[in-house]
Design a protein around this ligand. Structure first.
Ligand SMILES: [Zn+2]
Length: 500
């Protein structure tokens, strides 16, 4: 992809007005941003800077151009919930163009050193971009390794006025967890931080004796370290997008179990919350079986619930280990199951099938909310049709306030239109094509795009192919524009008038 005009301009302005901090192998220098056009390069196009973003209109600087990440290896020398600690990220990448310099997304924390293939590199922090100029240009196709050391601050978080609320590092009473969605992975480690960009991650987390660490995927092993410390190594097993990374530290009990087809289950629970949360956590195998009947096999190698010991009332589909807050698991059963099923459903839509651009978010959240509502209706919650009718009544207002389902703006991204408003689009599609065809569309969607990124045009095309009719004329007004179309089969449903 290419640099957007807005991204380039914003970067140029930002670099002109900020006194950027520059490090060369750890030593401060004056900012120098001119690309290194080395005369020694004899073949191919002249080296040029990698783009600072992948051109997503809603978050133009998310992700980076000019290289593909092959693996992140993250080292965290964790100390205490609110104590900064030494961290390092090793990014193995392959250049997709001849690079004079390239960016990583990186925010907060304190930068220490940056090397490329072991040699000190010039590194400039420019807003949330870390601009790295290697000593020599990197030829196209060449593998290279970036090593970044920094001091991580596990108290840093940001806020959004939507369903995300706080994101970034999350201190707990005895540890740390992370909620990186939407673009907070860069607050945890230097990353290619866009939901469509994935790479495997190795986590090496060192903790004091008696404190446990967990991360996405498989525990590779633990190792004693000097000073009564323990190093925990995890492997994500599958490529993972930055926003779905989880690493948590605390006084945990690991509760192991088995799901359908022998799927390994592993809940991670603060010691004092094991008994109190057991009743709802133990429903996971049942939730998996219910979702598998609709969407086919669970797409990862293990699953579990991390009980979030925090007041933040937000659950998150961190890959293979969803965060569900403590209070959700100690309250009403219908509400608890809605959240548990929502985060689990995301593992098919959002985690396995990633969104291509942020404006495709309705596909991730709409599906999760749709299956959450469907499950709830079958298990003691409100009737599906009543829920959808209520959403229909508010749909014009949500279009006005939040943008149409596939037309979010950056500030309205995680507003209700992407949840109940987008579940309503899927309900409309089901009413239009019938339950049987809808089921085939859904299974085909998560099968065809398993482990890949896909967007709204791909969904409309696939639905049309499975249904045997062009559904663009039906879905386009549902997804775009200011007015909610009639609901098939429910001519009496009316949207309430819009209030400014
Ligand atoms: Zn969700």
């Amino acid at each position: 992809m290419k640099i957007t005009a807005i991204g380039a301009l914003a970067l140029a302005i930002a670099s002109a007005v900020t006194g950027a901090v520059v490090l060369t192998g750890g030593l401060p220098h004056t900012a120098r941003r001119s690309p290194a056009h080395g005369s020694a390069v004899s073949q191919g196009p002249a080296p040029s800077p990698g783009a600072p973003g992948i051109g997503d209109p809603l978050m133009p600087l998310s992700g980076n151009g000019g290289y593909t990440v092959r693996r992140y290896t993250l080292d965290f020398d964790w100390q205490a919930p609110r104590t900064p600690f030494a961290a390092a990220a090793t990014v193995r990448a392959t250049a997709t163009q001849s690079l004079s310099r390239f960016d990583l997304d990186f925010a907060g924390n304190t930068l220490r050193t940056v090397t490329v293939d072991g040699a000190p590199a010039t590194a400039v922090r420019d807003g949330d971009e870390l601009v790295v100029t290697p000593p020599r240009p990197i030829p196209r196709g060449r593998a290279f390794t970036v090593h970044v050391t920094y001091t991580a601050d596990p108290t840093q978080r940001r806020h959004r006025d939507d369903a995300i609320q706080d994101y970034g590092w999350m201190p707990t009473p005895d540890g740390t967890m992370v909620c990186a969605q939407p673009d907070g992975a860069k607050m945890i480690f230097p990353a290619n931080d866009h939901p469509s960009l994935r790479a495997p991650v190795t986590f090496r987390i060192t903790t004091p004796d008696g404190v446990s660490a967990v991360a996405n995927g498989r525990l590779v092993g633990t190792e004693r370290r000097p000073g009564r410390r323990v190093r925990w190594t995890y492997d994500s097993e599958e490529p993972i997008a930055g926003q779905l990374v989880q690493m948590a530290i605390g006084e945990f009990t690991f509760v192991e179990g088995t799901g359908p087809h022998g799927l390994p289950l592993r809940d991670v629970v603060p010691d004092g919350l094991v008994g109190g949360t057991e009743a709802y956590r133990s429903l996971t195998a049942q939730h998996l079986a219910w979702l598998e009947r609709r969407l086919g096999p669970y797409p990862f190698r293990r699953y579990g619930v991390l009980v979030g010991d925090t007041d933040l009332p937000v659950a998150l589909e961190t890959q293979s280990l969803s965060v569900v807050p403590r209070d959700d698991l100690l309250g009403d059963r219908v509400d608890a199951e809605r959240n548990l099923v929502h985060e689990l459903a995301h593992h098919w839509t959002g985690d396995s099938v990633a969104i291509r651009r942020w404006s495709d978010l309705w596909l991730s959240e709409g599906h999760a909310r749709f299956y959450e509502r469907l499950y709830s209706a079958e298990h003691g919650g409100p009737d599906l049709e009543e829920t959808m009718r209520a959403a229909y009544e508010q749909h014009d207002q949500w279009r006005h306030d939040d943008g149409a389902p596939a037309e979010p703006t950056a500030p309205t991204l995680f507003k209700v239109m992407r949840y109940d408003g987008s579940a309503l689009v899927l309900f409309a599609l089901r009413e239009k094509v019938g339950e049987e065809t809808f089921g085939r569309i859904e299974r085909s969607w998560v099968t065809r795009y398993r482990g890949r990124a896909a967007g709204t045009p791909e969904f409309v095309a696939l639905a049309s192919r499975i249904a045997g009719e062009d559904l663009a004329p039906f879905l386009t007004p549902w997804l775009y524009g200011p007015h909610t179309p009639p609901m098939p089969g429910h001519p009496d449903w009316q949207a309430d008038p819009v209030e400014d």
